[in-house]
Design a protein. Structure first.
Length: 251
């Protein structure tokens, strides 16, 4: 197992214990679905969908609706297809192993992108413009992205491996959405419990469980060191500094 394999082992994207590949809980997700309010027969797209849990819940909320999940991670795509089939959505939710920024279809009733703005070279501003272009006039957009809850200090930046300009304030993020021709209908943020559960289960917990199950593996100590580094970076660094905003927007 290489250093890359250690990172993959600790990656949230490959953690089948997770329902959400983002700081989110079921109650918060239900509020997002209600605010998006897809109509019966609506066409939906999720750009950077992962395994598509939110996309499937949105489709389930609207009889006759269909959804396209656009994702480059082959493992997440395979998981999404299996989940959709198991929930009777195999014909209504389709997954496409294509980069989000290259998806060509337009005219959707709802376009979603959560935590995937890095797929566009211009970051959040370019992602918002792409989402606006993907929906019909009067359609809706659900956009989730990181923001600074407060000015990051050196420990927060080191824990994330980030620069101050990598994220903006929540108000600036809202202004970026408005500049893309989108009007905010609902703005919520992940709370501390959602963040703590996500970090504990996703990035830290998977590596910790692997190390406990493989005490004699040659790379055991490397995995433990990676877990400790991530735990220190979160609890001693960016916890309470990096936020995750969910913007429900009207086009």
């Amino acid at each position: 197992m290489s250093a890359d394999e250690i990172r993959a082992l600790m990656s949230a994207a490959h953690n089948e214990r997770l329902t959400w590949n983002t700081p989110l809980c079921d109650e918060h997700a239900a509020r997002l679905v209600a605010a998006c309010a897809p109509a019966p027969g609506a066409r939906l797209v999720d750009l950077g969908s992962g395994w598509g849990e939110l996309l499937m819940r949105l489709v389930e909320s609207a009889p006759g609706s269909t959804g396209d999940g656009v994702e480059t991670d082959a493992e997440a795509v395979a998981r999404g297809r299996a989940l959709a089939q198991g929930r009777g959505l195999g014909r209504r939710v389709r997954f496409h192993e294509v980069p989000a920024a290259e998806w060509p279809e337009k005219g959707y009733d709802l376009a979603v992108s959560i935590g995937a703005s890095h797929a566009w070279p211009g970051g959040a501003s370019e992602a918002l413009a792409a989402l606006r272009a993907a929906v019909r006039p009067g359609g809706r957009v659900l956009f989730g992205d990181g923001f600074w809850e407060r000015e990051p200090d050196e420990r927060a930046l080191a824990g994330l491996g980030a620069e101050p300009g990598d994220f903006v304030s929540l108000l600036t993020l809202i202004r970026q959405a408005e500049a893309a021709g989108l009007r905010p209908l609902q703005v919520t943020v992940a709370d501390q419990r959602e963040w703590d559960l996500f970090e504990s289960e996703a990035n830290i917990g998977r590596g910790e469980r692997w190390a406990l199950a493989h005490p004699d593996h040659p790379l055991h100590d490397g995995v433990v060191a990676a877990v400790d580094e991530r735990r220190t970076g979160y609890y001693g660094g960016y916890r309470g500094t990096l936020g995750l905003a969910y913007l429900v927007l009207s086009a």
